[in-house]
Design a binder for this molecule. Structure first.
Ligand SMILES: Cc1ncc(COP(=O)(O)O)c(C=O)c1O
Length: 396
């Protein structure tokens, strides 16, 4: 923290140290990892993780089609070619059963996203990666404080990449944190995104020292965000507790209500950045998800038809294989990349979730005592579903 005017140097984090180092130590300890690098965002953390994992032009990286774009754009930024593995219908994260068939001699890493705060099947994914010599990068931008088998996400893969941007469970304006356990990977990540003033001090490996330079991505955090994040760390467990409590009450209240069911998430304790539900069309024949959601919205329920929208593999960038002003890279760099096709039907589970099943309700700012609101929402569901005939006539 900035304590007095003489502490002005702490507001300069170019060479690390001070407030940013304090945040790194505290964050690493919280997640359960040895090293942390405070960065300018979740996206920058993911980018330097890809670079440190050795992803380069023409390398392939297995990832999810069901996420925020930056889970995937970090691969493109490193010159890698994303290869999409379909998701599990309940965890909404990469289904490990779909990974091995996609591994080739060019595969370098798996970028998995703990989407909405739901932990992926991290044990199985890390075991596959170990067997094939691949790095695992966990996108934890939406999962600060989520637990898989009692352990914090971000502590399973080679890298855990967090956003602390506005709206996140731990929000400090714009910023991020990368955590890792391996010293060499830490040094490689430093070299990709941190100031030579810091790297000169911290990069110890003799073969890496010569790469200390200012030819970097400028991805360091700023001291003001670091100070804010340190303050937020004092309350993140408590605010995550509110989210958990309110979502648990909502799950309980909506039990048996036709048209909606919660996800089945054994061995996981998500901190719920966003809470996703499943539309159960069979409960309400002749009623679409759109009609159901519109009727609930009319009652003031803050519900939507999902978050991802179009699976990433079906978006323009992948259909045309033109990224960033359309120069054709990284696909154009290799024959294999040129031959690659991203087709509809490649990831049927993700496609169906987006098209028919996803409904988002809860998460976000749900860290206050919303007891009253939970009761009102449940009441609105009961009112709307009491007349299923009317639902089917709504123009959605
Ligand atoms: C899943 C996911 N990954 C990455 C990011 C990027 O984080 P940032 O905005 O801090 O760069 C976000 C941000 O919302 C995200 O939701």
């Amino acid at each position: 923290m900035i304590r007095s005017r003489t502490d002005w140097r702490e507001a300069c984090t170019a060479a690390g140290g001070g407030t940013s180092e304090e945040l790194e130590k505290r964050f690493a300890e919280w997640v359960g990892r040895k090293y942390a690098i405070a960065t300018a965002g979740g996206g920058p953390s993911l980018h330097i993780a890809c670079l440190a994992a050795g992803v380069g032009l023409g390398h392939e990286v297995i990832t999810t089609p069901y996420s925020w774009g930056q889970t995937v754009s970090c691969i493109l930024q490193a010159g890698g070619i994303p290869v999409f593995a379909d998701i599990h219908p309940e965890t909404l994260t990469i289904d490990p059963a779909n990974i091995e068939a996609l591994i080739s001699a060019r595969t370098k890493a798996i970028v998995v996203c703990n989407i909405y705060g739901i932990p992926a099947e991290l044990d199985a994914i890390c075991a596959i990666a170990k067997k094939h010599g691949l790095r695992v990068i966990e996108d934890c931008a939406q999962a600060q404080g989520s637990l898989y088998k009692g352990r914090q996400v971000g502590s399973f893969g080679d890298f855990g990449c967090f956003s602390i941007g506005s709206g996140k469970n731990l929000a400090a304006g714009d910023g991020g944190v990368l955590v890792c356990e391996d010293r060499r990977l830490y040094e490689l990540a430093l070299l990709a995104g941190m100031h030579p003033g810091r790297n000169g001090r911290e990069v110890e490996s003799p073969d890496l020292k010569e790469w200390v330079d200012s030819l970097i991505f400028t991805y360091r955090i700023n001291a003001f965000t670091a100070a804010l994040a340190l303050e937020q760390m004092n309350r993140v467990d408590e605010t995550n507790g509110w989210r958990r409590k309110n979502i648990a009450r909502l799950r309980e209240g909506l039990r048996g209500v036709p048209g909606i069911r919660p996800l089945d998430l054994p061995e996981r304790d998500p901190a719920w950045h966003i809470c996703m539900w499943t539309f159960v069309g069979e409960d309400l024949p002749g009623v679409t998800r759109g009609q159901y959601v519109k009727a609930l919205q009319a009652e003031g329920v803050p519900i939507g038809t999902g978050y991802v929208g179009t699976p990433i593999n079906l978006r323009r960038t992948f259909q045309k294989k033109e990224w960033w002003l359309g120069n054709g890279y990284p696909w154009a760099a290799t024959e294999r990349g040129k031959a690659m096709v991203y087709a509809e039907g490649d990831c049927p589970v993700a496609e169906r979730r987006c098209r028919e099943l996803d409904m988002n309700l809860g998460g976000g700012g749900w860290w206050q005592d919303l007891s009253e609101m939970v009761d009102q929402i449940v009441e609105a569901f009961r009112k709307v579903t009491a007349e299923p005939g009317r639902l089917g006539t709504i123009e959605a």
